[in-house]
Design a protein around this ligand. Structure first.
Ligand SMILES: Cc1cc2nc3c(=O)[nH]c(=O)nc-3n(C[C@H](O)[C@H](O)[C@H](O)COP(=O)(O)OP(=O)(O)OC[C@H]3O[C@@H](n4cnc5c(N)ncnc54)[C@H](O)[C@@H]3O)c2cc1C
Ligand code: SF4
Length: 533
């Protein structure tokens, strides 16, 4: 029986830990550990919630309206609802800097995926060509994770891009707008496939269409953005609770792990952590250390350990993230209809566009607007606020957004390092690949043509290129490879420089396909636990 110290309770950490526990090993998990409030009135729909709460504006928008993105606020479309603020809070003294990148960090139980939209997409064999293992090994991981968390989906036109796997549940109920788009696609399918190489179908989502353990099937309450009150929408804290039921699991929350001490032959001997408020220090003896603190924080822990060991200035190169572009549209056939409040809020359908090679596949999630906050779309209409609000209300049910995702490659210069002046603080640097502008322009033209064929109007000038970092699919700083040099890992995620340290999150990805990364993070963490221990 091994004793493994795992840092982080995000999607990567909890599935790695659960697989170790199932194999009879002992796990100590060191974690930021922030927790949020319990959602009120768990049986209420979004509309009922507005009636039942004493102060609905405070719950939905925040005391100081922090959940609202105000017009002219610049870069981003999304505000964080107040109930989810805890997910993005930083420990005292944590002050990363970035250049060309807008990173998000979480020190919450469950990590960033406590706020995710649950898109779960298996990669195919072409997309993992650079990964040093067979696709079948990852496929087993997908199946284990799907059984644990419940993934809904369908064998439809998007299955050509996303392999089917065991454990898929029946899809969620469609809202009227998504249904209309799929009907229209059925009529225009041959043209879209042949002319644009564009395919539509159901997205895969980790939201239950039937009960699983103590989590309930989606009851279409329309509250996903504020936190599903019945656990239908999976978050990693559900798996953390499962780990906590194991006798071999110890959880040490409320801690910021800064570094590990190094002994002979680069072996990690002790993990050093301080309480989130900076007042206490705790040390954990290490047989084996697994870093699952998210790509940026895991990289930071490695770098700080090296710095304290006298390694000088090291930066980990090859940071990747998916560029995302939001393309709003109006569906003429939905104009004049009322928006649905009792519906699943996030994407139910998606689009896939074939690229020059299978690795250049472009991935889109289509969200039709229901109870989601409308103001980010309204604010970017080219009219004054009063007129825009009027148009927004009249077109609510007809609005939708395609979130278009592009792949990324490891490139030198895109790195995670430490600040020279302020030791211990992360510095993230990123510059897009040359030719990115043309690639985006070409693809967005295809997306607009596809939407027009589906009967939608794409308002000119409203597509929004999100800043790098916004997709939160960070990867690539300590890549897995069969025969690598310094600052790589073996196929099991074991560092080549630090022989008892495993990287079990996105650090190890040698390539970042366009599909959202988290299902693969979880499957890969399971694969490492099953193959290395
Ligand atoms: C709004 C939003 C929507 C998203 N939607 C999707 C989606 O639909 N599909 C998808 O695939 N992905 C989505 N993502 C991305 C997804 O959330 C991430 O890929 C995923 O959370 C990464 O998991 P992780 O475990 O590797 O890291 P993280 O989620 O970052 O978890 C890190 C964990 O480590 C702990 N930690 C970090 N540093 C330390 C430290 N120094 N000491 C102690 N503990 C530490 C934290 O407490 C946390 O528990 C979304 C993200 C956001 C924010
Ligand atoms: S619609 Fe969203 S909030 Fe409501 S039950 Fe389903 S997943 Fe949960």
């Amino acid at each position: 029986m091994d004793h493994v110290v795992v840092v982080g309770s995000g999607a990567s950490g909890v599935h790695f830990a659960l697989s170790l526990l199932e194999r009879g090993h002992r796990v100590t998990m060191v974690d930021g550990g922030k927790r949020g409030p319990v959602p009120p009135h768990p049986d209420a729909t979004y509309t009922q919630l507005k009636e039942r709460l004493d102060d609905p504006a405070r719950y939905l928008l925040g005391e100081d309206f922090g959940g609202v993105v105000l017009p002219d606020s610049g870069e981003e479309y999304y505000g964080v609802p107040p109930e989810k603020g805890f997910i993005f809070e930083h420990p005292d003294g944590f002050a990363p800097r970035s250049h060309g990148f807008s990173p998000l960090f979480s020190f919450a139980q469950g990590g960033l995926a406590e706020a995710w939209t649950a898109g779960c997409y298996p990669l195919n064999a072409d997309e993992i060509e650079d990964f040093p293992f067979a696709h079948s090994a990852l496929q087993r991981g997908y199946e284990t994770v799907a059984r644990r968390i419940g993934v809904t989906g369908e064998d439809d036109d998007l299955a050509r891009f996303m392999p089917l796997h065991e454990g898929l549940m029946a899809p969620l109920r469609l809202d009227a707008h998504s249904e209309l788009l799929l009907d229209r696609y059925a009529k225009k399918r041959s043209w879209l496939n042949a002319r644009l190489r564009c395919y539509l179908g159901r997205t895969r989502v980790a939201t239950l269409s039937r009960d699983l353990g103590d989590r309930k099937a989606c009851a279409y309450l329309g509250r996903c953005l504020w936190g599903c009150p019945i656990g239908a929408l999976y978050t990693p804290s559900a798996t953390l609770r499962e780990c906590m039921g194991h006798p071999n699991f110890d959880y040490a929350g409320g801690l910021f792990a800064s570094h590990f001490a190094l002994g002979a032959e680069g072996r990690a001997t002790e993990l050093v952590a301080r309480s989130i408020d900076g007042t206490e220090e705790r040390r954990f003896g290490i047989d084996v250390l697994a870093l699952a603190a998210g790509t940026l924080c895991s990289s930071g822990i490695v770098l700080e350990s090296l710095r304290r060991d006298g390694a000088g200035d090291v930066a980990l190169e090859g940071l990747m993230d998916n560029r995302q572009v939001l393309v709003p549209f109006v569906n003429q056939r939905m104009l004049g209809r009322a928006f649905e409040d009792e519906a699943y809020q996030y994407h139910l359908i998606g689009l896939g566009i074939e690229g020059e090679t299978p690795r250049d596949y472009v991935h889109g999630q289509i969200t039709t607007l229901k109870t989601a906050m409308m103001h980010p779309v309204v604010q970017s209409l080219p009219f004054d606020l009063g007129t825009s609000a009027l148009i927004g209300r009249a077109t609510h049910a007809a609005l939708g957004v395609v979130n278009v995702n592009f792949n990324d490659h490891r490139r030198p210069g895109n790195s995670v390092g430490l600040s020279g002046e302020d030791p211990g603080n992360l510095v993230v640097r990123y510059a897009p690949a040359s030719g990115e502008g043309d690639r985006l322009k070409r693809t967005l033209k295809t997306v607009s043509r596809a939407l027009r064929k589906l009967g939608c109007w794409v308002p000119p000038g409203m597509s929004h290129v999100r800043p790098m970092g916004a997709s939160v699919h960070y990867a690539g700083t300590l890549p897995m490879c069969e025969n690598g040099g310094a600052w790589t890992t073996d196929p099991q995620g074991r560092s080549r420089d630090l022989p008892n340290v495993f990287l079990v999150d996105g650090c190890g990805f040698p390539f970042l396909p366009a599909k959202n990364i988290t299902f693969t993070l979880m499957a890969n963490a399971v694969r490492i636990a099953d193959s290395a221990f």
